[in-house]
Design a protein around this ligand. Structure first.
Ligand code: 5GP
Ligand code: ZN
Length: 113
């Protein structure tokens, strides 16, 4: 499958990994929007949050566990941070493999633009 994040998960495309297990990979975003910007993905190809259902939802809970661990390691658990998943064109999704942005190290505004 021609998917950048599947290729990153397979090691075909290099990345700076910060967490890995059998099911989940976390790596630094190539174009960070904040001092901490990590992408957390399931190794299994799931297109977006819209394709999450009762058959594959466990991986999302696991990703949130990994996000909390990384937030602590990165020193942003006290200051606060944001976890974002973009869905589809209007949602701003550019890579069609489910991923969660863990961003922190600065203040963010709400609502988003
Ligand atoms: P999206 O716009 O789909 O929510 O997020 C995709 C993210 O993937 C972007 O923040 C972009 O910088 C990042 N990205 C795209 N290609 C690569 C890549 O080859 N390596 C890494 N590490 N990040 C990438
Ligand atoms: Zn993929």
């Amino acid at each position: 499958m021609d998917c950048i994040f599947c290729k990153i998960a397979d090691g075909e495309i290099p990345s700076t990994k910060v967490y890995e297990d059998d099911e989940v990979l976390a790596f630094l975003d190539l174009s960070p929007v904040s001092p901490v910007h990590i992408l957390i993905i399931p190794k299994e190809h799931i297109q977006s949050a819209y394709q999450v259902d009762c058959s594959n939802a466990d991986i999302v809970a696991k990703i949130f566990c990994v996000a909390a661990k990384l937030a602590k390691e990165q020193g942003i658990c006290e200051s606060g941070y944001r976890i974002v998943t973009n869905v589809g064109k209007s949602g701003g999704q550019t890579v069609n493999h489910l991923h969660f942005h863990l961003i922190g190290g600065r203040d963010f505004s709400w609502p988003p633009g």
